[in-house]
Design a protein around this ligand. Structure first.
Ligand SMILES: NC(=O)C1=CN([C@@H]2O[C@H](COP(=O)(O)OP(=O)(O)OC[C@H]3O[C@@H](n4cnc5c(N)ncnc54)[C@H](OP(=O)(O)O)[C@@H]3O)[C@@H](O)[C@H]2O)C=CC1
Ligand SMILES: C[C@H]1O[C@H](OP(=O)(O)OP(=O)(O)OC[C@H]2O[C@@H](n3cnc4c(=O)[nH]c(N)nc43)[C@H](O)[C@@H]2O)[C@@H](O)[C@@H](O)C1=O
Length: 322
């Protein structure tokens, strides 16, 4: 165990920097922290502070001097964005992580949570994927650049713990969804893409929609509010060098997930599959026993989470980012 960690509530009045506070994950973490009584939350948009600008990041942290930090800022996208722009996913993410963590070290951030992703694990890892699978095999080629950046982030957290004894930690979430997601048809992840596609089909009276791939891969989807609660729980309870998987422990085929979205949106037509589009990992189900051992399990069921997301999308579709 590193020096300076005591399990228990974080100081509600301390300065707490949520990097990426307007994104899907960062905004959910912000809501969760606010609801838990944190009064010193700080955020900065990418227009206000470009985290790839190293000098600006150091100036920002010197000014705000956070005691706690969640790193939820990253270049993020679905399977097509990842495979089309690997340079951006590697380079931007390495720069953001290294800048934020170096500046956090320089300015004495006590507790830092780095967010990675389940795509760090080998393409053919044994399922459900245990934390010990890291670096035991080849990565999935559709997101290897992003995964390497995220693996470097885990190593940086471990290195800070080893060299400086700070209680920094890493969490690896499964595929997330919820309010404030990126619903752009080409760049988004599966769930927001389906919500938008089926909703538009209902609105436009279409009798067919076409999804990507074969529909046979399996994915574990988690509502982002659950993810945010898990992050606060880990910050208050977990201290170890190994990354912690954050998921529901349940998965479904893409076809089954699409059926739920079709039903919830009221789509009654046919679903076709464009097999020229990539499937990606055949299965990506996290072993969440470590997280359960820390005393936390997910609450939001898939159908309820999708229904809430469809309702949110219908209310906000007019003013979404592309
Ligand atoms: N979405 C998912 O399914 C999953 C996400 N994760 C992880 O969670 C974290 C957050 O992802 P998510 O919320 O989905 O992503 P989003 O794209 O929704 O949000 C990313 C955030 O990062 C900020 N950002 C990006 N680049 C910069 C930059 N150069 N300078 C400053 N800020 C920047 C954006 O700021 P702004 O809005 O101001 O431009 C935005 O708020 C990432 O680390 C990701 O790997 C892990 C697993 C699954
Ligand atoms: C969280 C994780 O997410 C990414 O990995 P992924 O899970 O493969 O990404 P995805 O959500 O985009 O797709 C999941 C599955 O769904 C199928 N699929 C069907 N129809 C659509 C569709 O319309 N859009 C998308 N995006 N996928 C579709 C698609 O063919 C694939 O089989 C990483 O790149 C990386 O970003 C990462 O960390």
């Amino acid at each position: 165990m590193s020096e300076g960690f005591r399990a228990g509530p974080l100081d509600r009045d301390a300065t707490f920097y949520v990097a990426g506070h307007r994104g899907l994950v960062g905004s959910a973490i912000w809501r969760t922290l606010e609801a838990a009584g944190f009064t010193g939350l700080v955020g900065a948009t990418s227009a206000e502070l470009d985290l790839t600008d190293r000098a600006a990041v150091f100036e920002h942290l010197a000014r705000i001097r956070p005691r706690y930090l969640v790193l939820a800022a990253a270049k993020v996208g679905g399977i097509m964005a990842n495979s089309t722009y690997p340079v951006d996913f590697l380079s931007n993410n390495l720069q953001i992580q290294v800048n934020v963590m170096d500046a956090a070290l320089e300015h004495g951030v006590e507790r830092l949570l780095f967010l990675g992703s389940s795509c760090i694990y080998p393409q053919l890892a044994a399922q459900p994927i245990h934390e010990d699978s890291l670096l035991t095999g080849h990565l999935e080629p559709t997101n290897d650049a992003y995964a390497i950046a995220k693996i470097a982030g885990i190593l940086q957290v471990q290195a800070v713990r080893r060299q400086y004894g700070l209680p920094w930690i890493s969490a690896m979430p499964t595929n997330l969804y919820g309010p404030g997601d990126n619903f752009s048809p080409q760049g988004s992840h599966l769930l927001p893409a389906l919500v938008r596609r089926y909703d538009e089909a209902v609105r436009d009276g279409l009798d067919e929609v076409t999804n990507w791939g074969t529909g046979t891969p399996r994915r574990e989807l988690m509502h982002v509010d659950d993810m945010a609660e898990a992050c606060l729980h880990l910050l208050e309870n977990y201290d170890g060098p190994q990354q912690v998987n954050v998921g529901t422990g349940r998965d479904a085929t893409i076809r089954e997930i699409a059926e739920v979205v079709a039903e919830v949106t009221g789509f009654q037509g046919r679903t076709l599959w464009d097999t020229t589009k990539p499937d990606g990992m055949p299965q990506k189900l996290l072993d969440v026993s470590k997280l359960a051992g820390e005393g936390w399990t997910a609450r939001v069921g898939l159908r309820d989470g999708i229904a809430a997301t469809v309702a949110w999308y219908r209310e906000h579709a007019g003013d979404l980012r592309e």
